[in-house]
Design a protein around this ligand. Sequence first.
Ligand SMILES: [Zn+2]
Length: 330
Amino acid sequence: MSFTELPKVELHLHLEGGAPPAFIAGLAKEKKLDISGIFKPDGSYDYRDFWHFLEVYEAATSTLQTPDDYKRLTLAVLEESAKNGVVYSETFISPDFCGGRDLGAWREYLHAIQEAADEAERTMGVTLRGIVTCIRHFGPEKAKETALCAAETAGDWLVGFGMAGDEKKGKPADFAYAFDMAREAGLGLTVHAGEWDGPDSVRDALDALRPARIGHGVAAWHDRHLVERLARENIVLEVCPGSNVFLGVYKQLHDHPIEKLRENGVAVTVSTDDPPFFHTTMTREFEQLNRVFGWNEEDFGYLAKEALDAAFCDDVTRAKIRKRLEPADV
Ligand SMILES: [Zn+2]
């Protein structure tokens, strides 16, 4: 079985976090920025631990300064997705980094990203949609401004609103206003929770913000009632196993609860989060799930359908992608 060619649907991918190191190195050279210290001799990103990872991530993303940089970034990221058999992807983008939450500037960035997405759909066969993400540790006031940018640009392409950042800062309820604004604009909702913090962080996010999906959410496994609730309410988890293992949330994939969550009726999907930073790809995620849990082609087919059902795109797009998940000769 070729894991590369299996059609894949990815729901949890930070656009900046998908930046191939060679692309960032090239951009730094053009702009005469010296960030050579963040690369290993083989050209991959180099860091020692989680805190150093944050520094390297910040240095890498400091090269992204204009709408055109984001257009090129989007193409570079989608090229990697297409190479790994991804047919549909949703990416987190943030007005905080694209124009400093100024609506006019945000529209320019969004336009550039969308142009790249249209081009990639034509030339590489991968469909992209956007999810605006507020940054939790920037606080609720900034999240409101971010949500306003999202609400004003919601539509066929900008389909969701979410929250990333340090999940131990503030309470989900502090962000209810921002999420209400996004909900009223018709955006699908997702919240990062239960990655570093415990099951309560997932429960609080569900109660206060009523998202359809949770980013990570794996800590829910430690609370039986919460697992039952996720299954009952059909809350979809955007699980990123490689990211969790790389950052040390779990020591090895064998210890990861993805298989147990699935067995207990929780809707799980698989994504890469910040793939080159965690030395992973969608293909590699599939290979590892096959090696450790024995997931086969049928499991991966079901996984892709589950992810597509949970995608925030419109139904016309969903139907179009669904056809691509079916074997060609049927
Ligand atoms: Zn994430």
